[in-house]
Design a binder for this molecule. Structure first.
Ligand code: B12
Length: 220
């Protein structure tokens, strides 16, 4: 199979919500020596984006999204186990405290962000979902995090992202942590409005934004 055919099979395995097919395609990718990160962004994430679009058009439903995310994770486990020693041992890009915000239990997107950051050598502490603002901040302090990254999928839970920024300001700690947020209803404008440092629409771009913000902080 060519590189393009493997990407296509990875993508289709998500669209067909088929964990076995996803695992087979991931094994083929490892055997062909393909870059795991390219496989995730050009194959698996492309498939997940397609599923999200189908949902928005009323042509896919929640159980389908959950099955697609299981297939996604099955493939990622195989792809990352095939990462080269060089990729695995390269220096940490930074520490991230990742969570889904208080009151919100949606974690499919957050888990994809975790995969992408981890695969790019960020040390990610995943606090799970519906995480109280205070717990996020105390974990960030405990591990000396570089970035606090939060996902919100509901307009009603987005304010928890503002609460994080506000709490840090009140404690005089705002400059210690980069705050970056995402999730379907979140926007660049919202992040600017609440005084966050960064936003990205996709998990792939979250990696670039995180790298840029860390470089900026180190250079400052
Ligand atoms: C799947 C789903 C569920 C599943 C969640 C399962 C799970 N483990 O996550 C279940 C069935 C449990 C669920 C429950 C509910 N849901 Co729901 N759910 C969805 C659905 C269909 C898809 C979300 C999803 O996973 N998308 C796919 C992922 C890959 O996309 P994503 O999360 O946007 O992530 C991408 C980017 O946003 C970005 N990203 C994500 N996080 C982050 C973080 C950072 C830091 C960065 C940089 C980037 C980033 O990267 C990701 C990959 O590119 C959405 C509809 C929609 N269109 O969003 C409704 C939706 C979010 N749910 C909704 C609602 C109302 C609910 C419930 C309240 C329903 C109810 N009445 O019980 C409950 C919530 C309870 C709670 N307290 O949270 C509404 C929210 C409306 C609003 N107020 O804004 C939506 C929009 C549906 C709708 N149209 O009404 N839900």
């Amino acid at each position: 199979m060519s590189k393009e055919e493997i990407y296509e099979k990875l993508k289709n395995s998500i669209i067909e919500m088929d964990s076995d097919m996803a695992s087979d395609a991931a094994k083929a990718a490892v055997e062909a020596g393909l870059d795991p990160l390219d496989c995730i962004s050009s194959g698996l994430s492309a498939g997940m984006q397609h599923m999200s679009d189908l949902f928005d058009e009323g042509e896919a439903f929640v159980p389908e999204l959950l099955m697609a995310s299981e297939a996604f994770e099955a493939a990622v486990a195989i792809l990352t186990s095939g990462m080269s020693e060089e990729q695995k041992s390269s220096a940490s890009q930074g520490k991230v405290v990742l969570h889904t915000v208080q009151g919100d239990i949606h974690d499919i997107g957050k888990n994809i962000v975790k995969t992408m950051l981890s695969a790019n050598n960020f040390e990610v502490v995943d606090m799970g979902r519906d995480v109280p603002v205070e717990d996020v901040i105390s974990k960030a302090r405990e591990i000396g995090a570089d970035i606090i990254a939060g996902s919100a999928l509901m307009t009603t839970t987005m304010p928890a992202q503002r609460d994080i920024v506000d709490h840090l300001k009140e404690d005089g700690d705002r400059d210690k942590f980069i705050c970056m947020f995402g999730g379907a209803p979140v926007s660049k404008e919202w992040c600017a409005q609440i005084g966050a440092d960064g936003y990205s629409e996709t998990a792939t771009d979250a990696v670039n934004v995180a790298k840029e913000l860390i470089a900026k902080k180190k250079g400052a």
